[in-house]
Structures are given as C-alpha cells and as structure tokens.
Design a protein around this ligand. Structure first.
Ligand code: FAD
Length: 467
C-alpha cells in the first residue's frame, strides 16, 4: 500500500492545477514544493512582470495625460520601493490563493526539496534538513525551468541580473543593457524604459522576437525605438567590466565592430533551461528528448508510474501549456481516457503594443507550402482602438484558400492578449472564416477586429478596403 495515490513535485502552473484536479477527482495527493508555491509564474514570472508592466504603462499614461486635457502639477516620479511593495502584494494574493485552493481540495502540502528514489518513492528534505521518504502509485514531475547563464555573465555578480533580479530592483537604474530580444527581455526593457531608464537591447539574430512574423515585429520595433530603447541586432555580447560609474558591457557586430556600452545593470534573458537534473531523474533512466523529458500524449515518461508536465517537457515554455498538461495528467491518473490533443497553444508577448498568436503564422504557412489567404485589418480602422488612443498594429487572419478553415491568427496591438482567445477557440473548433465573420461581435470593441479580419480573408470586410 502506497502512502499516496499521487505525488506532484513542484507547485508551479503545471503542478498545482494538476494537484487540485487530482484532489477534485478523489485521488489522495501530496504536492511538494521547495521554494515557490505558485511556481516561477506567480512568484518571479508571469504575474510580477505583468504587475510591473501595468505600473510602468500607468506611469507613461500619466506623462501623456496632457494630450487629453488633464494637467498633472509637479514632477511625476516613481518610488521603486513602494512599487515593489505593491507588486509583492499582487504576488502574495495569488500565492496565498494557491495554498488555499490546494487545501480546499484536500491536497496535502509539503515544503521541501524532493528527490526521486524510484518510480514510486520520493525523499523530501525539509528546510530544516530533516529527510522523510514517501511512496505513491503515481509521481508527476513538474519542476519547471531556470534562466540560462551565458559565458562571461555570471548571475552571482551583482550588476548581472536574471529575470528574477530584474523584477526585484528597489532603485531605478539610469542605464540597463538587456542581452536577448526575446519576450522576457522585451517585456523588461519596456518596463524600465517607460520608467525612465536608458535601455539598450542586444540581440544575436537579425530581428527582435526571433521566430515571430516579421510583419508583426516591424510594428513592435518601431514602437520600441519611439520609446527610446536602443536595439543592436546581429550583435554578440562578449563580457563586461567594472568602471568608475558602473559597468560597461562589451558587444561586437559586423557593422560597428567592438563597442562598450555603459550601464548600471546588465539583464541576461537568453532563454530558460528545463530543470531535469539533480533530483534523481537520472537514476530512474528517464528517456530524454533533447533537453526535455520524453513523454507520450498522456504525459507519461518511459517509467509507467512517472509523468512529467510543463517547462520540462518541451516548448513553448508557457504557463497555460503547463496547466493544460497538468489537468490532462490528473484525468489520466484517475483512469479517464484522455490525452493532450490541443490544436493550438496561443502565445502572448506583453510588450506595448502586445503581440499574440494562435495557430500558424504567415511564415509557417509559407514554409509548409500551404494554399492560404490572409485577411489583415489595422486597428486604425477599429472605433474602440481610436477611442483608446491606441491604433498601432493589426489583426491578421490566415485561412485555407480552399476549405476556408482558420489556420492561424496573429495580432499586434494594444490588448492583443485579451483578443487572441477567440482565435484559439475558433482554431480548436475547426471554425471557418465565416463562423467568426458571421458571429455578431459587440460594438465598439477590439474583438471586432478579429471578425473584420476573418471577413477580409474572404474579401468581404466592410470597414477596410478588400485586397
Ligand atoms: P515552474 O513555474 O518553474 O514551477 C516549478 C516549481 O517546481 C518551482 O516552484 C520550483 O521551486 C519547484 N521545484 C523544482 N524542483 C523541485 C524539487 N526537486 N522539489 C520540490 N520542488 C521543486 N508564461 C506565460 O504563459 N505567460 C507569461 O506572461 C509569462 N511570463 C513570464 C515572465 C518571466 C519573467 C518568466 C521568467 C517566465 C514567464 N513565463 C510566462 C513562463 C512561465 O513562468 C513558465 O512557463 C511556467 O512557470 C512553467 O510552469 P511549470 O509548472 O512547468 O514550472
């Protein structure tokens, strides 16, 4: 007889929803977390970053309020200490909620570091060093990921920050270099540049957000530049040195050769590494798929009693993918015949303007040689966007030219994150362009842009000229 029917290792957006669902399904469950109830996402990822993004956008809006007839007397300034306290209150509300929900669903919780002993046994080392072995019929590994470190930039050195460090600054830096123009780097570059820091983004590839539709990146790059962020593309960061008033970050590219960029901090955001080592998984002989654990469609590893979910099982490393996988595993353990079969995992970049995608992008349609049509509607044609004073960007709906099935939707614009779910639902339900085009959307809303772009793909848009 095992102590538990299921043990979940890690309480991030993969692990804690998995444990909650297991509890709901009547499975006796233990959830073990060593550091962050709520995982990276709630503590040092999605949530604190969005709180700071929101705060910095509020700051920028206050500075521009004059345009709408508001006068704000005196200097508008930011108290970073107070901002951090507010951000932490947001985090605490959510992480407290995670523990309450686990408890309410009868999930037992253990704070400590878990080590796998075999396919049914886990050793827990509590913060006071006490060790205890527990057994379960099923083990779910949800240990997440860690920022990648690059040579010459050790996070142990105070001016070198990973994303966690950048989210916790209690003073506003005058100058910051961000290495890596992916989504985390650009989100943090946006926060600090809006608050007044001089930011330089250094990216190895030839565009920001490598892999995204260049059409979208063009809109974002224009805004990033307008907000005063300097971007160096096709540029390699070699190292850094201390100076009398901070540091210099040494970079190099073909166009300008070697440059030393003065800064107070250097944030390194070049990707995240799945946490697959150091907790006994090697001993179990779990099969790997590159840096990730190899799992089947039910998220089961090659050891039948062991499942893996979230950042440790593959890209995209996103919270909502982890949660969905966690819920699938809970159902599988409860004996339901389910598997991970989502048609799309939407992705959002919380820059200003935001970028959001679901399904295929236009470059992917081209690469796959698909016979597709694109309907594109600029936000400048959408009444709500004009009223919001945020007309940058567009919605692009891609459809199969023969069947008219929606293949993908890409959005760059204010609140893209709140509009993309309709596209994900449409793709998940095999909707045709007309299903979205004939759905009455409330007016005036940003959602109308998706309806209009679906019609544009059919040559039937009424608020833009059909091409
Ligand atoms: P994690 O959230 O990493 O959780 C794993 C947990 O396991 C951790 O709490 C860890 O302490 C624990 N753990 C590890 N090893 C052990 C062990 N041996 N014993 C016990 N516990 C252990 N994603 C989005 O979808 N949207 C966003 O806007 C977004 N923004 C982000 C912003 C930043 C700055 C960062 C860093 C990430 C962001 N992400 C975002 C990514 C998102 O945070 C991850 O995809 C998500 O947290 C992965 O969930 P997970 O459950 O796999 O792992």
């Amino acid at each position: 007889m095992s102590d538990y029917q299921a043990i979940v290792i890690g309480a991030g957006p993969g692990g804690y929803p998995c444990a909650i669902r297991l509890g709901q399904l009547g499975i006796k469950t233990l959830c073990i977390e060593k550091e962050y109830w709520g995982g990276v996402c709630l503590n040092v990822g999605c949530i604190p970053s969005k709180a700071l993004i929101n705060a910095s956008e509020t700051f920028q809006k206050m500075q521009k309020a004059d345009e709408m007839g508001f006068s704000v007397s005196g200097d508008i300034s930011v108290d970073m200490g107070k901002l951090q306290t507010w951000k932490q209150s947001v985090v605490d509300k959510l992480t407290g909620g995670v523990r309450t929900l686990l408890k309410a669903n009868k999930v037992e919780m253990a704070t400590g570091t878990a080590t796998l002993i075999d396919g049914n046994t886990v050793e827990i080392e509590a913060p006071d060093g006490k060790k205890q072995k527990v057994t379960a019929d099923h083990i779910v590994i949800a240990t997440g990921s860690t920022p990648i470190q690059i040579p010459g930039f050790a996070y142990a050195d105070a001016p070198i920050l990973d994303s966690t460090g950048a989210l916790a600054l209690t003073e506003l830096p005058k100058r910051m270099v961000v290495i890596g123009g992916g989504y985390i780097g650009l989100e943090m570059a946006g926060v600090y540049s809006r608050l007044g820091t001089e930011v330089t983004v250094v990216e190895m590839m030839d565009q920001l957000l490598p892999g995204f539709d260049p059409d979208v990146v063009k809109v974002l790059a224009r805004r990033v530049k307008k907000d005063g962020v300097k971007v160096l593309l096709k540029t390699k960061a070699n190292g850094w040195e201390k100076t009398d008033d901070g540091i210099v970050v040494n970079v190099e590219n073909d166009k300008d050769g070697k440059q030393a960029i003065p800064a107070d901090y250097c944030l390194v955001t070049v990707g995240r590494r799945p946490n697959t080592k150091g907790f006994g998984a090697e001993k179990l002989g779990l099969e790997m798929d590159g840096p990730f654990f190899k799992v089947d469609k039910q998220m089961r590893t090659n050891v039948p009693s062991v499942f893996a979910i979230g950042d440790i099982v593959g890209n995209p490393m996103l919270a909502h993918k982890a949660t969905h996988e966690g819920e699938v595993v809970a159902e599988v353990i409860a004996g339901h015949n389910v598997q991970f079969d989502a048609r799309t995992i939407p992705a959002v970049v919380f820059t200003e303007p935001e970028v959001a995608t679901a399904g295929l992008t236009e470059p992917e349609c081209k690469e796959q040689g698909l016979n597709y049509k694109a309907g594109k509607v600029p936000f400048a044609a959408i009444g709500k966007a004009i009223a919001n004073n945020a007309t940058e960007g567009f919605v692009k709906v891609l459809i199969d030219a023969d069947t008219k099935l929606i293949l993908g939707v890409t959005i760059v614009g204010h609140h893209a994150s709140d509009i993309i779910s309709e596209a994900a639902l449409a793709i998940e339900m095999y909707a045709e362009a007309l299903d979205v085009g004939l759905t009455i959307h409330p007016h005036p809303t940003l959602g109308e842009s998706v309806m209009e772009a679906a019609k544009a793909a059919l040559g039937e848009a009424v608020h833009v000229v059909n091409r």
